[in-house]
Design a protein around this ligand. Structure first.
Ligand code: PBG
Length: 321
């Protein structure tokens, strides 16, 4: 008779046979940044997360760096007065994001800095692309995204991460970066990004919800699995360095598919709604929040993700110590 329990008999045996593991080196911490000084504005639906001014952000980077967290991803809160229909502020070299990138890379050269390439925080329409007559324009948007990515590379970002889901943007951004001499700047493509309802708290944090309609003409249908492979094939051919699946927990099958299909590293984004659900249940004492968080992150690794974007990067890293 086979007795699989023999391999589960003790901590020592279990530890020696463990297949997947989690470490701070696998985590990227997404942070919300805002203008000003000394600002820490808590985000109600994301307990423990806040909109930070640059001075406070640097303190968080210090903690992340000392814990061995791989890097941080920046998401700006843009004042209403700086938003317009073309998202012009997105490629302003004196803007908030490039200012943060320069400051972080100066103080913490070993902390990876990932910048988001998309127009939504800068768009008065709250869409990832330029809107005309109610439609999201593809090629016109890609031109702006290229300017945004080059500006971020100039500021010193290690990776630019297009999260907009326009067609052809990876190839265009790669070409624009190379033309300006940024052959060393990597691209993390949000390749299988779904039109998900799990992004609610994020949009509240940035006040970036679409002002009309939804994002279904560019983000993917949650029902589709094959379509993720198609996006992966295109983004790979266009020059992506990593492929990302987003959200993570409800899309573990897609993470596994991309892991098996591709020889590129795979990233997954544990999004705001996933984080919020765990926190809310924990606050009610319905679950053990720390354990559920670690189990959730471990499952994402087991499914095949190399890198996880998670708002729990700092707390999980502390728990792992
Ligand atoms: C937008 C963007 C979104 C997230 C990351 N980049 C929201 C959206 O697509 O509407 C969501 C992340 C999260 O929910 O944590 N470019």
């Amino acid at each position: 008779m086979e007795r699989p329990r023999r391999n589960r008999r003790s901590d020592a045996i279990r530890a020696s046979l463990r297949e997947a593991y989690l470490s701070p080196a696998h985590m990227v911490y997404p942070v919300f940044v805002q203008e000003g000084h000394g600002k820490i504005d808590p985000i109600k639906s994301m307990p423990g997360q806040s909109r930070l001014s640059l001075d406070e952000l640097l303190k968080v980077c210090e903690t992340a760096s000392s814990l061995g967290v791989a890097g941080i991803a920046l998401f700006p809160v843009v004042p209403e007065g700086k938003k317009n229909s073309l998202g012009d502020e997105s490629w302003n070299p004196q803007g908030l994001v490039p200012e943060c990138v320069r400051a972080i890379k100066k103080k913490f050269p070993n902390l990876l800095v990932v910048t988001d390439v998309a127009l939504d925080p800068y768009s008065s329409d709250g869409h990832d692309g330029i809107v005309r007559d109610g439609l999201i324009l593809n090629d016109e948007t890609v031109e702006v995204l290229c300017k945004q990515a080059v500006m971020q590379a100039e500021a010193g970002a290690d990776f630019v991460a297009p999260s907009d889901m326009m067609d052809g943007r990876i190839g265009a951004i790669r070409k624009a970066l190379d033309a300006k001499g940024f052959t060393h700047t990597g691209i993390i493509s949000y390749c299988a990004k779904y039109a998900s309802s799990f992004y609610g708290p994020f949009r509240e944090a940035l006040d970036s919800a679409p002002r009309f309609g939804d994002k279904k003409t560019y983000q993917m249908d949650p029902a589709n699995r094959r379509e993720a492979l198609r996006e992966a094939r295109l983004d790979t051919a266009e020059g992506a360095d990593l492929l990302m699946v987003k959200p993570a927990l409800a899309y573990l099958d897609v993470i596994r598919d991309l892991r098996e299909f591709s020889d590129l590293p795979i990233a997954a984004y544990q999004v705001s709604g996933e984080f919020a659900m765990i926190k809310a249940a924990a606050l009610n004492n319905w679950i053990d929040g720390d354990k559920v968080m670690l189990e959730s992150l471990l499952s994402i690794r087991r499914a095949g993700a190399d890198l996880i974007f998670t708002y729990a990067a700092i707390e999980a890293s502390k728990l792992l110590k």
